[in-house]
Ligand binder design. Structure first.
Ligand code: NAD
Length: 294
């Protein structure tokens, strides 16, 4: 059993913390939102009065926060309360530069740290089947992997500090671009009088096959579990896809990488979001491509 401080008990953090409790760890939680604390307490998390109080005496600290500025603010607040050698795991999706700064704050204070963002959404967090993409030293990863396992389907050590975030934004740039590509193909098929099922049956077993088509098909019918069958209720909200595409563009600009399709995907999701559809599943972009949304 390990004593774990869990900071950020939102849509993802709460089910992740619950899986750590189920694995037999002692989990102390903190969040700014009272309702989230009530849910956490019902899941067996011991509620702390502050992030600092949660961290005091913990062997591992997990953060699951909205963005880089939140992670840096919380790290700045809590490092002094943690014992030397405490392992800091940040599972938020944040920009690579902030992730590296968070590692620096931890290491200057004598802590071990990994960035370990996730893929798999709220469903994966509840089922304990998230994919973790970790960045950090071999020593920090070796200590962190068993902690991540109860929340994970798969844990990949991607490299040094920031490598987990780099893998996450590269993966999600592929996803944003491929969802738009699949959506465009269905819209063109409709104009050509080709049924959704016929295109699916061909493309899902041909060279056009990809996750956006075969697992997350953006039109209702061919894949009954995809959000298109429940009026695009997320799933993975378009606003979160936009966040990740913007992170990819920031990284492209800071490194000089040429990503024209990533830039276009970010623009299309920004328009979709500005039209008030940020809370729609990201596969709902097909409605925008069809001209179905105002
Ligand atoms: P969320 O907004 O539901 O949860 C974030 C929580 O952090 C909130 O409850 C908020 O109150 C808390 N918080 C903010 N500042 C805090 C502070 N100073 N101290 C304590 N708590 C604080 O967001 P989420 O959907 O749980 O996502 C969390 C992270 O995971 C994000 O970086 C997101 O991009 C990433 N992510 C989300 C999904 C998803 O499907 N929701 C999937 C993969 C990755």
């Amino acid at each position: 059993m390990t004593t774990i401080a869990f900071i950020g008990l939102g849509n993802m953090g709460n089910p992740m913390a619950a899986n750590l409790v189920k694995a037999g760890h002692q989990v102390r939680g903190f969040d700014l939102v009272a309702d989230n604390l009530t849910t956490a307490a019902a899941n067996g998390v011991t509620i702390s009065d502050s992030a600092t109080a949660a961290v005091d005496g913990a062997e591992v600290v997990v953060t699951m926060l909205p963005a880089g500025k939140h992670v840096l603010a919380v790290y700045g607040e809590i490092v002094a309360a943690a014992g030397k050698g405490t392992l800091f795991i940040d599972s938020s999706t944040i920009d690579v530069d902030s992730a590296r700064k968070a590692h620096a704050i931890a290491s200057e204070a004598g802590m071990l740290s990994i960035d370990a963002p996730v893929s798999g959404g709220v469903g994966g967090a509840e089922a304990g089947t998230l994919t973790f993409m970790a960045g950090g030293s071999k020593e920090a990863f070796a200590k962190g992997e068993p902690i991540l396992q109860p929340m994970a389907g798969k844990v990949v050590h991607c490299g040094d500090a920031g490598a987990g975030q780099a893998a996450k934004i590269c993966n999600n740039m592929i996803l944003g671009i491929s969802m738009i590509g699949v959506g465009e193909a269905f819209v063109l098929a409709e104009k050509l009088g080709l049924s959704h099922q016929a295109l699916f049956d061909v493309a899902s077993t041909s060279s056009g096959q990809c996750w956006s088509l075969t697992t997350y098909c953006p039109v209702p019918g061919p894949v009954p579990t995809s959000p298109a069958n429940r009026d695009y209720k997320p799933g993975f909200a378009a606003a979160l896809m936009l966040k990740d595409l913007k992170l990819a563009q920031e990284a492209a600009q800071s490194t000089g990488a040429v990503t024209p399709l990533g830039a276009e995907a970010a623009q299309l999701y920004a328009l979709f979001d500005a039209m008030g559809h940020g809370g729609t599943d990201f596969s709902g972009i097909v409605k925008f491509l069809r001209g179905d949304v105002a």
